[in-house]
Write a protein of this length. Structure first.
Length: 100
């Protein structure tokens, strides 16, 4: 009985650590995404000699470059959101064993 109880406590500790670690990683990923997004400055400025086609070319380069920079960070954040949801579910259901 004591061994089974200790095994439950070990599972709970592991679930708590995994949840806390995943939560910290998700927080860091969100901050990195925000910083990278802030670095993508808008290129709209007052350029009197620029025609409409040149403006479209400039904006296309801007959004293309930003997408290349932000896409991997966004995918990483989405993966962490999914893994955090799983870790949180495991933690909640692991703690339910002790709420008798």
């Amino acid at each position: 009985c004591i061994a089974a109880e200790e095994a439950l406590w070990d599972k709970r500790r592991v679930a708590d650590k995994v949840e806390a670690t995943t939560k910290k990683e998700l927080k860091v990923a969100r901050k990195l995404l925000k910083v990278a997004g802030d670095r993508c400055k808008n290129t709209c400025s007052v350029l009197a000699e620029e025609n409409y086609g040149e403006q479209l070319d400039r904006l296309q380069e801007y959004y293309g470059d930003c997408k290349k920079k932000l896409d991997p960070l966004w995918k990483k954040k989405e993966e962490l959101v999914a893994s955090y949801a799983k870790a949180l579910w495991n933690k909640m259901h692991g703690n339910a064993k002790y709420n008798l």
